[in-house]
Ligand binder design. Structure first.
Ligand code: 13P
Ligand code: SF4
Length: 344
């Protein structure tokens, strides 16, 4: 579907008019303290235009917790971790899903909502884990370990999912591994998440050496530094971090797991060892907590911007298409995971 709407011509920079200021005031109020005030006149016209076009098109915007605050709080209808986005993609009755995250997330949404138009605002938004493994690699592993089931992190291509028995996210990896009722699994492709899972279960876990380029950069020394500098600090970390980092922190969980943990925690000072937009987004919801903000940025997540989201809605680009023979097998692996749900 091509939208021909001159108000939103892509080469036109939308203006910060008094009307836009009024329409976006409540969003701006929420973002005070997270976004510098001086940035708002740049973001606000896009926020207003996206929200208007979104309802004209019956589109829904799903945004991962690592999206920037002006996207997360400004235009997203549904936010969450990889598992929540997959679950919501399966439930929505919108005609169009715009996935503000990375490519594997948009593919997962398409697998679960094949009849809907699923768009990603930048088709180059990849992931170092997804690019660490190919379908051929999985076939070779199956030959090497005959009969051993393959559990695949959702941070993979549809082609890799299609070669797998079941998917998992960081929110349910242990449950998924144990659901198979076997003594041994092949766990792909995140070595560190796999090691974390191995420490939580009696099931033997055969690992692959894929890493997240954001989380692998954190060190145990970083954690010790925060704890020495702030004696009352609570340290939360994502399980994609190296094992020596996880050994020193107070809580390990998916991005949504960390938010849930904060809801139940009495901590007044927190550091989240994960991608940097996470603390900005969460700080809006927890004004009483002081967040110390390490900044390891995911360059793939940051390819998604407000102008690209607007353009995506105007042009219906970039559409996610998956070869039906791959999609059918990949969907089975994702649906098996969704049926298990979440742990944290
Ligand atoms: P979750 O949000 O599922 O914890 O995943 C983190 C991540 O790195 C996604 O790219
Ligand atoms: Fe991939 Fe890591 Fe970026 Fe998530 S944060 S998209 S796992 S590279």
């Amino acid at each position: 579907m091509q939208i021909n709407n001159s108000r939103y011509a892509s080469d036109e920079f939308p203006a910060y008019t008094p009307e836009v200021a009024v329409k976006t005031q409540s969003i701006f109020d929420r973002l005070r303290g997270v976004l510098p005030d001086i940035e708002w006149p740049v973001h606000a016209p896009y926020v207003a235009a996206i929200n208007e076009l979104k309802s004209e098109l019956n589109a829904v915007i799903l945004a991962h917790n690592y999206q920037t605050p002006e996207i997360f709080h400004g235009v997203a209808d549904i936010t969450g971790d990889s598992l929540a986005l997959a679950q919501q993609a399966a439930r929505t009755d919108a005609d169009v899903i715009v996935l503000c995250g990375v490519h594997f997330m948009a593919e997962t949404a398409k697998l679960l909502s094949p009849e809907k138009t699923v768009l990603i605002p930048d088709s180059q938004a990849g992931c170092s884990l997804a690019s660490s493994i190919t379908p051929d690699d999985v076939r070779l592993l199956r030959q090497r370990y005959p009969g051993v089931p393959v559990v695949t992190y959702v941070n993979t291509s549809a082609g890799v999912k299609a070669e797998s028995d079941i998917c998992c996210t960081s929110a349910n990896a242990v449950e998924v591994v144990e659901s198979l009722g076997v003594a041994r699994v092949i766990f792909l492709p995140d070595e560190f998440l796999g090691r974390y899972v191995a420490g939580q279960t009696k099931v033997e876990v055969i690992l692959w050496k894929g890493h997240c380029e954001v989380h692998e950069r954190f060190t145990a020394e970083d954690v010790r530094h925060y704890k020495q500098q702030f004696h009352d600090i609570e340290v939360l970390a994502h399980p994609e971090c190296p094992p020596d980092v996880l050994a020193e922190v107070d809580f390990v969980g998916s991005t949504a797991g960390m938010i849930k943990h904060l809801n139940d925690s009495s901590s007044r000072r927190v550091v989240m060892i994960t991608e940097c937009s996470m603390s900005d987004n969460v700080a809006v919801e927890f004004p009483k907590i002081e967040f110390i903000r390490p900044c390891n940025l995911c360059p793939h997540m940051k390819r998604i911007t407000l102008p690209k989201i607007l353009r995506s809605l105007q042009t219906m680009e970039h559409k996610i298409e998956i070869d039906p023979s791959i999609a059918e097998k990949a969907r089975r692996a994702v649906e098996r995971m969704v049926a298990i749900g979440r742990r944290d």
